[in-house]
Each structure stands twice: as C-alpha cells, then as structure tokens.
Design a protein. Structure first.
Length: 285
C-alpha cells in the first residue's frame, strides 16, 4: 500500500472540505491517488461538486488595464505571502505597471522581463511574490470590452460583448449593460458560456458522481429504473444551469436568465448582442 503523507491529507482536506480522517481513509483506499480519492469523497457525499477550480491559498491582487481605445485589456494576478504586503502601495503600483507593460509589448504570458520587475520589488520588501497569471482579451470591430474589479482586487472580470452594429457601443446605456454582465460573472463565476461549451468528458464524470450518490440513497433504490434515470437527467440539467453563464439567473433581475436579459437588451438597443468571451480571475485559484 502506498504511503499517505500528512501533506497529502491536508491538501485533500483543503480541496474538498471533507473531515481529515475521511480524507486519510480515502487516500488509503485509493492507494494514495489524489484524484481518485477526491472523486471517492464526492461520491460519498462528503464533498460538494466543486464549481470552482480551487480555493484561494495566496494573498495578492488582480489588476486590469485597458489600452486607450478600449480594444485590448490585460489582466494580471500578482500574489504575495501576506495580506499586509498585498495592500502595500508599491505592490499595487507594480500590478498596474505589469499590466501596462503587457499591453505595451503585447505579452500574453509571464516572461523574464515581467518576472524581473516582480523580483526587484520582492527583494526590496523581503517577501516572496509571484506573477501568477497573465491574460489578454482583444476586441474586434463590433465588440466592446467591459471590466470589473471586486473589492480590493480579489476578483477581476473582463467581458467581451459583441454587436452586429459597429456603432452600438457608443450608447452609454449599452455600455452600462456590459458592465452589469461583468458584475454577474464576478458574483456567480460561471464555468462555461453555455452547455455547448462544457467538456463532454468532464460532464460525464459529474454525471457519474451524481449516479454514485443516488446509488447510496436507499430511497432512490426503491424507485423504478426509469424514474431514477429521469431524476439523474434532472440533476445534470440543474447542474448545467448552475454553471453556464447564459442559463444563470441574471444578477440584476433573477426572474430572468442571462440569455433572456441579453435578448431583451438586443431589442432595447436595436442590435443583435452576444457574449463573445469573458475572463474570470480570483486570487489564489
């Protein structure tokens, strides 16, 4: 049997939220395989199916900078060891400088030049810091970039809204609607734009987890197979509505979905609107 380290148990506990002993037992049962142990815990109902890719383990900030003209935006995640440093004005200024350099030189990822800028401040403050992520969003004609930073920079969002009329985004009310969509992403963190964009293999795995949970429910076992199949389909359908941007209740009016809000805005502003892309970054994920 593979040796299970305390570090593996702790990591699984932080990832799933399951009790420490259950994490150890799951790792023992799965021969130390972390992914299999995580899946086992989900099947036992000890860990909720995660809607996010991870939990924040670092302090830091997301910085967004949009170039003049609004056709390109850069998002950078700069992390530090402590919240004290993350609030340091020099740390904040470095995030801005990094985003500006990304736009200036069309960088799409961290490189030696950007990392050197980080190292310079780290050596001065005497705390480890890392440029963790760099994302760039570019707009084409007929598209508009809107961005939102939540709180002190814990979350950063960029929305790329598309219209069939090139001059549509001269309307300030339409720009405000784009900003509302960015607020929505910050609040609900959709994992996919719509169900067609969800990885079929990943969705199949989630369906298997739901099925395993149902198998452990005595009440479910008493139901006819056809009924269980329909219940499983219902669970998958609800899951997709929870994680897909277009199917989520719109943040400004939860009586309608984002798709319905987008359709209504298209009628209001006299143009066909669609979401071309979006980016959600949360510190530590």
């Amino acid at each position: 049997m593979a040796t299970v380290s305390a570090g593996d148990v702790k990591a699984l506990r932080e990832k799933t939220g399951a009790p420490m002993m259950e994490c150890k037992n799951a790792l023992d049962e799965c021969g130390g395989d972390f992914d299999k142990a995580e899946k086992l815990l989900k099947e036992k109902g000890l860990a909720a199916v995660e809607k996010r890719t991870g939990r924040a383990t670092n302090e830091g900030k997301i910085t967004i900078k949009t170039e003049e003209g609004g056709m390109k935006a850069a998002l950078v995640e700069l992390v530090s060891e402590t919240d004290f440093v993350a609030r340091n004005p020099e740390f904040i200024a470095l995030g801005v400088s990094l985003a500006e350099r990304v736009l200036e030189k069309n960088y799409t990822e961290a490189n030696d030049e950007l990392n050197a800028m980080v190292t310079e401040l780290a050596s001065k403050i005497r705390e480890n810091m890392v440029l963790k992520r760099v994302k760039v969003v570019t707009a084409n004609p007929g598209e508009y970039i809107s961005s939102y930073i939540h709180g002190d920079g814990a979350i950063g969002v960029v929305i790329l809204l598309r219209s069939d009329k090139a001059d549509a985004f001269e309307n300030e009310e339409l720009r405000a609607f784009a900003f509302s969509l960015a607020l929505h992403v910050a609040a609900f963190n959709p994992l996919s734009l719509d169900s067609s964009k969800v990885d079929p293999a990943w969705l199949k795995e989630q369906e298997g987890i739901f099925a395993a949970q149902m198998e452990q429910d005595p009440e479910m076992q008493s139901k006819p197979e056809k009924v269980r199949e329909n219940i499983l389909k219902g669970k998958v359908s609800k899951f997709l509505k929870d994680i897909c941007f277009m199917d989520q209740p719109y943040v400004k009016d939860e009586k309608m979905t984002v798709a319905q809000a987008l359709s209504g805005a298209s009628k209001t502003f006299g143009s066909t609107l669609s979401i071309a892309d979006y980016v959600y970054l949360r510190v530590g994920e």
